[in-house]
Design a protein around this ligand. Structure first.
Ligand code: ZN
Length: 110
């Protein structure tokens, strides 16, 4: 619904949106770990979008796009890059404490 109003890769895909959402959630009293996890998911989505030729308007509402066009949406290269990034991020979260506090015990045991 938000994308229908604002458009995909518009305001919701800007640095302003990420900072605003994180600030709003922290101000509302949500636990930092959950806000951090949400921010990682949000930023990983933006990072993936930046890898496509269309790029992102990170400085929205200013014009101009930012990106490193290495693959097209829906291509095999996209799946490979996303898979590598998901594995790397999962490893990082599991080894740096944040992942341990968020991981459900029946899914992950050390
Ligand atoms: Zn997107």
């Amino acid at each position: 619904m938000i994308a229908a109003v604002l458009g995909h890769r518009g305001a919701t895909h800007s640095a302003f949106a990420v900072l605003a959402l994180v600030s709003l959630l922290l101000h509302a009293g949500y636990r930092q770990e959950y806000v951090f996890a949400l921010a990682i998911g949000y930023l990983s989505h933006l990072g993936a979008d930046m890898l496509t030729p269309r790029g992102l308007r990170l400085a929205w509402p200013l014009r101009g796009t930012w990106g490193v066009p290495v693959c097209r949406t829906g291509s095999g290269a996209e799946s490979f890059i996303v898979g590598v990034l998901v594995c790397a991020l999962s490893w990082w979260l599991a080894t740096h404490g944040v992942g341990r506090s968020l991981t459900l015990p029946w899914i992950w045991r050390r």
